[in-house]
Design a binder for this molecule. Sequence first.
Ligand code: CA
Length: 221
Amino acid sequence: MRILVVEDEEQLADAIESMLKKEQYFVDKVFDGQDGYDYAMSGIYDLILLDIMLPKMDGLTVLKKLRDNGISTPIMLLTARTEIDDKIKGLDLGADDYLTKPFNKGELLARVRALTRRKGEIPTNELEFKDIKLNQSSYELICGDNSIKLGGKEFKIMQMLMYNTKNIISKDEFIEKIWGYDSEAEYNSIEVYVSFLRKKLNAIHSTVQIKASRGIGYYLQ
Ligand code: CA
């Protein structure tokens, strides 16, 4: 389970992070709305905790843009007591829940469990697209009776593509998510792994293709 925390009060963000990490969730945290939006667009999260008052882009705008772009990740808004209108607006815009600050640890964790459980009810550890399945435990890519194991980086690239089949994923997004912001990875690293993945798709006789889009990024077809 991977959770994105978008909260500009860094102490609060740190506190939420440590509460969640203790419960074995993976946590990414960012401190403004623009980063929140960019991270969330990867589609790799099981839940997003989203503050409303944020620099660069407010939480409700982030929420609306994500839903407009087909991101259906459960979102819990973090609101101040005075922001009652925003709560209602947020729920109308497609938030799944909200939590009023200040909140206690038990309340946060109970709601996180409820929201991640709802998504987890789909009893599968596999992602599916057309004739392929990706097993997220064994890192196997499966097409009919054929399967092939993916390396760590290949798996992450494939996972991002399969989570997010409606959008082109840019090379920058791959690099940020897989190698991290301050890595030395360059575009041709992505190209190399994509070429490995294409060979593996051929090897299992899948009709799925990884298409390149005008130097911007990649998508599945
Ligand atoms: Ca705030």
